[in-house]
Design a binder for this molecule. Structure first.
Ligand code: SAH
Length: 334
């Protein structure tokens, strides 16, 4: 299955229904990863961003965002919570702001989190220099998440001001570089972007395998009305649905049998009742509960109605454990 062709992938993306695909992905997941679900505590360090990505609610030109930045002690407190809950890993994510998240400050944060809480550290701080990621790796960072969003170069350039349409995809350059630096590397895409085509999603999925990703994060594109893309009337060939998202989880699982694949917050936001059950039933084996202090979460609305803002109890540990039990899965530390 890991040698699946572009045509076979497209067939699944277009098929009237994909129950047999989900079945195969579930079996593969149990075979390679067992029945465990890894929890990663997501800490959203700051909603201050110097970028203007056309789809993202946190873009710098959106005046409605409540901008915040956590101090080091608050971040450490979130990491201690992850330790108490036996997560094993924290994910430090933020809007891009090199002034706020300097090489030295992040390196010191990594050292403190690892030293004081024993949690593994995953970074998700956007496009950064080789020297920055090198220093953070040396400080003990284990993993880095950077979605390439789409492998369609024209579409990527259209939604990322300043990105060029030619040459290698800038995020793929960084992903390959971080792989060489010894990170476990994660990437992914959004599904249903205006102008996105099914063929390009097939290419994205094949690119996951080509990059030999350790982690794959993908979710539906959710319209944010205060963004340029949110008012773009252009249609997408790619459906924004639980079913389609899960087909991509399943295909990612078959292409990369060993990868860690989260059932994402965007999927749970699209369908708070069925989202994560469907995700964990189609090949995903990771869930990322939000550990950002509740009073700050509303500031980090990359899309509206984020489940951890609208219904903070939905990803409580008790609710999660009920879901896992229902599916014959269990939380594991790692
Ligand atoms: N600044 C960091 C973190 C960005 S938020 C970085 O660039 O890596 C993490 C992910 O959220 C993005 O990579 C993107 O795939 C997703 N995202 C942003 N806006 C979204 C939207 N409107 N709908 C769905 N997902 C979105």
């Amino acid at each position: 299955m890991a040698d699946m062709t572009r045509e076979a992938i497209l067939e699944w993306l277009r098929a009237p229904q994909a129950e047999a695909l989900f079945e195969r992905a579930r079996a593969k997941r149990v075979c390679t990863k067992g029945r465990g679900v890894f929890l990663r505590g997501l800490i959203e360090l700051s909603s201050i961003c110097s970028r203007d990505c056309l789809y993202c609610g946190m873009r710098k030109s959106n005046p409605r965002v409540v901008r915040y930045a956590m101090d080091d002690e608050t971040i450490l407190a979130c990491a201690r919570l992850a330790e108490r809950l036996h997560f094993g890993t924290v994910v430090l994510q933020a809007g891009e702001c090199a002034a706020l998240w300097s090489r030295e400050r992040v390196a010191e944060l990594i050292r403190r989190i690892k030293g004081e809480t024993g949690q593994r550290v995953t970074l998700s701080l956007g496009e950064r220099s080789e020297a920055d990621t090198e220093a953070w790796r040396a400080a003990g960072a284990d993993r880095y998440l950077l979605r390439f969003e789409t492998s369609d170069r024209a579409l990527f350039a259209r939604i990322h001001p300043g990105a060029s349409e030619s040459g290698e995809h800038p995020r793929m350059v960084q992903l390959r570089r971080m792989k060489a630096q010894g990170y476990e590397v994660g990437s992914g895409i959004m599904l249903g972007l205006p102008g996105q085509r099914l063929e390009s999603v097939a290419d994205d999925l094949l690119m996951f395998r080509d990059l030999a990703l350790d982690m794959v994060g993908l979710g539906p594109y959710l319209v944010h009305p205060d963004t340029p893309l949110g008012v773009d009337a252009m249609q997408s060939e790619v459906p924004v649905s639980v079913d389609f998202t899960c087909r991509c989880y399943a295909l990612a699982r078959l292409l990369l049998p060993e990868a860690n694949i989260p059932s994402t917050t965007a999927l749970s936001t699209l369908d708070p009742v069925r989202g994560r059950i469907a995700g964990l039933s189609s090949g995903a084996n990771v869930f990322m509960p939000n550990l950002t202090p509740a009073e700050l979460r509303a500031g980090y609305q990359i899309y509206p109605g984020k489940i951890c803002v609208a219904a903070p109890e939905a990803d409580s540990l008790a609710a999660l454990q009920r879901t896992f039990a229902q599916l014959g899965l269990e939380q594991v530390v790692g």
